[in-house]
Structure formats: C-alpha cells, structure tokens
Design a protein around this ligand. Structure first.
Ligand code: AMP
Ligand code: MG
Length: 391
C-alpha cells in the first residue's frame, strides 16, 4: 500500500505529455491547450482607434476648435485637420493622423460649429495606438495557454479561425458488474442503475476530452480478459470502474496481471478509494477505480485528473486552500480521508453522508477536505486543507 503523496507522484511521473497536435476551429476550442505559439496576423488595433465618444482635435494653444467633419465606427474616410480644427468622433472609429487627441464629449461645450475644450487636453489621450494590444508577427498567445472564453475572444479579434492544440488521448471507461442496468430500463430486483460511466464521461467532457468510449462488462473472467485486451490495445487511457477489490467476482486485478500490465501501485492508504490500481504498458495508462461511485469520483479528481492535465501539457494541479472548518467531524480508523465539503467565503462545511456509496453528498459538494491519517476529529474553527474541485 502506498501513501496518497507517493501515489500522486507516481501518477505524475508516469504520465507523459503527448507531443501531438490537432487543428480545431477556434470556436470549438474551449478548454484546449495551445500546442504552439500563436503569432498575430495583424496589428491590433489595426488603426488608431478612438476609445471614447467625443472630439478628435489637432491641438493648438487656443481652447476653441472649429468642427469640420464627423467619423463614426466603421467609416474609412480620414479628414485632414489643420491646427485648431476638430472632428466629431465615436468609440471605435479611426482617428485621422492629423488628430493628436480625442477629448471626451462630457468635457466639451458645443456652440454651433465650434467646440470649447474645458480642461487641458493631454496629447494621445483616448487614442488606442496601432498594435497597442499586439503587433503583427508578435506572439499573441504562448504555447501551453488554456483556451478560456477570453482567449477565444482574443484570437477571434485577431481574425484567427483555427488553432493547433494538444491532441488528447482517447479515453476508455469500462464498467464492471452483473448488477448494473442502464438508466431508462426498468429496475429488476437485485440490480442498480449504472452511474459511474455517465459520471466519469461528464467529468472528462468537462476537461475537454471528447473522444470517450464506454464499455460495459460482466463479472466473468473470460469476458473481462477478452474485452480489456482489446480496449487496452485501442486506447491511450483506460479507466475501469469496479471489480478491483478482493471479492470472488472481482476479475480486473487478475486480468491485468495476465495482460502484462505493469502495476505501478495497487492500494492507497486513503479513504475512500483504498483499492485504487494504477498501471501501464507501452502505450496505455490504466486506472482501476473502486466501483463505489463517490470513491470512484474522488480517485478521478485526485489522481486521474492530475494525469490527464500532465498529458495535455498542463501542470496545474487542483487548487488547494487552507480554510476554517465550520463543522465537527469524527474520523474512525487511521487512514487519511477525503471529505466531501462545501467551500464558501473562506470557510468550509463538511457535508453529511460521507459513505463512498453515496453520490447525493458529492452532488452538492464543491471541494474535498484532506484529513490527515493521524487526526481523529475536526473541530469547528480548525484550519483544514481544502482541495477545490474544478466546477
Ligand atoms: P466493486 O468495486 O465492483 O466491488 O463495486 C463496489 C460497489 O459499487 C458495489 O455496490 C457496486 O454495485 C457499485 N458499483 C460498481 N460499479 C458501479 C457503476 N458503474 N455504477 C454504479 N455503481 C457501481
Ligand atoms: Mg463489482
């Protein structure tokens, strides 16, 4: 059995960044990671741009200017101003080279075709210079940048429609269990609805993994062996749920040994999720998560998440904060425990119902508290380590 820290270290060490790229339309690139630097194809802004509604002036010593024309956003005419002349101008409009300042309309008095500038104008004010954000040919965004809505907006503002992003591996989710029935079918006695595949698929989609394949196998050695053999051959990451414990019908461990999967660790000193298995062969990383849904999801966020981040060129672990507990909790046993919790306004509440079989609690949690093994209780006011879940 390994510690949480050893397990996480091995997961990260064994997860290699995939050096492959795929080109995607910018508008479908949410959460993807840039594979290479993106150079700006244009100056942004492409012309001297008015940052305010007001008046563009060719500055002189006098405070009155004669108004000679108007330029609005989208116009392309460029009236030439002589000293002491002004134009009516609007936000986003091109400022002619002969103007050296835009004065906000609120600071100007207008009398017929003459304007009076009430405060002294500062040259350059309210004019966005050409290329102020980025110049043509400069790096607009660096390799490794995550494509957030702001990044997607920025690339679109440069006229970019396609981006090269890190290619993600295909991920297989494999559920095991004779008791599992697909939601939508009628529930017969002794069966439960299968939820781990739907849950893990949604967690993967959240992280931008789109190539997710789901397989369902029964608790039968031959079926487990034959199915896993093909699934492992065809996918870069395999996440198995259930069948990894020590019950007579848990065939995953035996199968993985027979398929020559190198075991990196099996069993982690933690609760929930003790029977977690992590292994690999030349092309595939393999996680076997315990079947209990809350344990499976905890292992996903603590270990699989870290692996997937690394594979896609990100080294961002889940954010951790220290926070004051608003709840009392007694722990049995000496294993470190991940507690489903709600983090809000700098404080953290431990939720009722910590059983690894219960998703109800996870469904309203946004964080996990990592409670050290040697602690027996958490009191109100104690400072605890909180792992913020990425949702
Ligand atoms: P196992 O790890 O196979 O012993 O499963 C532990 C518990 O998790 C059992 O109560 C299973 O019925 C349940 N379980 C296993 N797989 C799933 C699944 N895909 N969806 C929902 N519950 C599951
Ligand atoms: Mg099972």
């Amino acid at each position: 059995m390994v510690s949480i820290e050893e397990a996480l270290k091995s997961v990260i060490e064994n997860s290699r960044e995939l050096s492959r790229e795929v080109t995607l339309p910018v508008e479908n690139s949410q959460n993807e990671i840039l594979f290479r630097d993106v150079l700006s194809p244009i100056n942004m802004p492409p012309f001297r741009q008015a940052a305010m509604d007001g008046y563009a002036l060719n500055l002189c010593e006098d405070e009155s200017y004669s108004l000679i024309a108007e330029v609005k956003a989208g116009d392309h005419h460029q009236p030439v101003l002589s000293k002491g002349e002004a134009l009516r101008i609007f936000t986003g409009a091109p400022v002619p080279n002969s103007a050296n300042v835009v004065v906000m309309q609120e600071k100007v008095k207008v009398q017929d075709e003459v304007i009076i500038v009430e405060n002294e104008a500062v040259p350059g004010e309210n004019i966005r210079p050409i290329g102020e954000q980025v110049k043509k040919g400069e790096v607009a965004l660096k390799r490794g940048t995550k494509l957030t809505p702001a990044a997607i907006g920025y690339l679109s503002s440069l006229g970019i429609t396609e981006v090269a992003v890190n290619k993600k591996p295909s991920v297989a989710i494999v559920t095991t269990g004779n008791e599992l029935i697909e939601a939508g079918k009628s529930l017969t006695f002794g069966k439960i609805y299968e939820s781990n595949s739907v849950m893990l698929k949604s967690a993967l989609l959240d992280l931008g993994f789109r190539d997710v394949r789901v397989y369902k196998i029964q608790d039968n050695f031959n079926e487990t062996y034959n199915s896993l053999k093909n699934i492992i051959a065809e996918n870069g990451v395999v996440i198995i749920s259930g069948g990894i414990s020590v019950g007579d019908y848990d065939f995953v461990g035996k199968t993985l040994r027979e398929l020559d999967i190198e075991q990196i660790f099996y069993k982690v000193n933690q609760k929930p999720g003790k029977p977690l298995f992590f292994g690999k062969n030349e092309n595939t990383l393999l996680f076997a998560l315990p079947g209990n849904p809350a344990a499976a999801l905890t292992c996903f966020y603590i270990y699989v998440y870290a692996s997937l981040q690394k594979m896609t060129g990100q080294d961002k672990a889940l954010m951790k904060v220290m926070a004051e507990s608003k709840s009392y909790f007694i722990k049995n046993g000496d294993r470190p425990q991940f507690l489903k919790a709600l983090y809000k306004d700098g404080g953290v509440s431990i939720l009722e119902g910590q059983s690894s079989a219960m998703l109800q609690t996870f469904a309203v949690a946004n964080a996990l508290i990592k409670m050290p093994g040697e602690w027996t209780e958490i009191r109100v006011g104690d400072i605890v380590e909180v792992i913020l879940l990425p949702f």
